[in-house]
Design a protein around this ligand. Structure first.
Ligand code: PLP
Length: 378
């Protein structure tokens, strides 16, 4: 049986063949510990160094500002809890947005349990925070602002550079979760200005279980795991060399493909949107129409539940909400924060294209989804 046509690249991406090829020797032959002083260790150390340089180059950072982690979740935890550990007792206020991934929201709530003050900024109908709300929320004791670069569900891109400007003027650090952005849009830490930035390997054709945290030089942060002094003392544990090498290869690939990939993804996404909008009267676009990830189409189909629609459209693999919390038939927290009514939230489907998606895939997927909507709405 043919597998369903994959339009769920925001959930995860396949490992690119070039990435797998770069990793293979590190799975099958090379096995040194980068901390060992003999030739095996030196080779591993060199491979990790090269990967660190590649990841740094993707976001315009210095190599020593990259900390490899076991996931984006871990990178986000390190950013929030690690900064919290490094802050003096009179700086215990944290600001996040209402549409953060649980990998930011949960450590933020944990800090709340530990006695921190937490401000959750609301978002508008497009999923965007208001800079005026941030201006009002910032206080002398605000240690950190964490606002995601791009939302995993609706794809809305937040005004990170403007957020940083306000935070910095207040003497506050800024973290941005860019797990969904790498490889889809150019990222430049100098232009963004963020002090900390999270990356996720499996969202840009590296394996699952590898991520990175960019930590601007001089940022106050302490480790949240205790052990040896790998990763500049911020993430103890023997380096996962094969995965790190994979992340480096994916970063090189992403860098080669950008900015062309942005255009290619946007063309496919817009073609899919056009085909659906033509055939489905009352289809509503969720997320910001312009400031949005180029690969993400989050739409509400009228008169149906997105879940039923996707069951009927079995030849297409997409999701309602995000893959991480799409099991319950509950309204997505992101759509609720955007003020979507229940019918609109119920009919929502996230379609996300990727580098392997073709124009024919889009044509087929649109036809399948329209047929399924007609059958389900009838
Ligand atoms: C915005 C965002 N942050 C963090 C994560 C967590 O990534 P991981 O599950 O790989 O740790 C995801 C994954 O969906 C995400 O979309």
């Amino acid at each position: 049986m043919k597998p369903p046509l994959y339009l769920d690249y925001n959930a995860t991406t396949p490992i690119a063949p070039e990435v797998a090829a770069t990793m293979r020797p590190w799975l099958e032959e090379q096995f040194g510990n980068p901390s060992s002083s003999h030739a095996h260790g030196q080779q591993a150390r060199e491979a990790v160094k090269e990967a660190r340089e590649s990841v740094a180059a993707l976001i315009g950072a210095q190599a020593e500002e990259i900390v490899f982690t076991g996931s984006a979740t871990e990178a986000n935890n390190l950013a929030l809890l690690g900064v919290a550990r490094a802050m003096p007792p009179h700086k215990r206020h944290l600001i996040v947005s209402a549409v953060e991934h649980p990998a930011v929201m949960q450590p933020a709530l944990h800090l709340g349990d530990q006695g921190w003050d937490l401000t959750v900024l609301p978002v508008d109908e497009f999923g965007c925070i208001a800079l005026d709300d941030l201006r009002v929320a910032l206080r002398p004791d605000t240690a950190l602002v964490s606002v995601m670069h791009a939302n995993n569900e609706v794809g809305t891109i937040q005004p990170v550079a403007e957020i940083v400007a306000l935070a910095r003027a207040n003497g506050t650090l800024m973290h941005t979760d860019a797990a969904q952005s790498a490889g889809k849009v150019p990222l430049d830490v100098a232009a963004l200005g963020a002090d900390l930035l999270t990356l996720a390997g499996h969202k840009f054709y590296a394996p699952k279980g590898i991520g990175a945290l960019y930590v601007r030089r001089g940022t106050a942060i302490k480790p949240i795991l205790f052990g040896a002094d790998q990763e500049h003392g911020l993430r103890p544990g023997t380096e996962n060399v094969a995965q790190i090498v994979g992340l480096g290869a994916a970063a090189r690939l992403a860098r080669q493909r950008l900015p062309l990939a942005t255009r290619q993804l946007a063309d496919l996404r817009d073609d899919l949107h056009r085909r659906l909008a033509e055939a489905v009267p009352g289809l509503i676009l969720n997320g910001h129409p312009g400031r949005r990830l180029p690969n993400t189409l989050h739409v509400s189909f009228p008169g149906v539940s997105g879940r039923d629609l996707l069951v009927a459209a079995g030849e297409v693999a997409a999701s309602v909400g995000s893959a991480c919390h799409s099991d319950a038939d509950a309204v997505s927290g992101v759509l609720a924060a955007m003020g979507c009514d229940v019918a609109r939230a119920r009919g929502a489907v996230r379609l996300s294209v990727g580098i392997p998606t073709t124009a024919e895939d889009v044509e087929t997927a649109a036809a399948v989804l329209v047929r399924a909507w007609r059958a389900t709405a009838a």
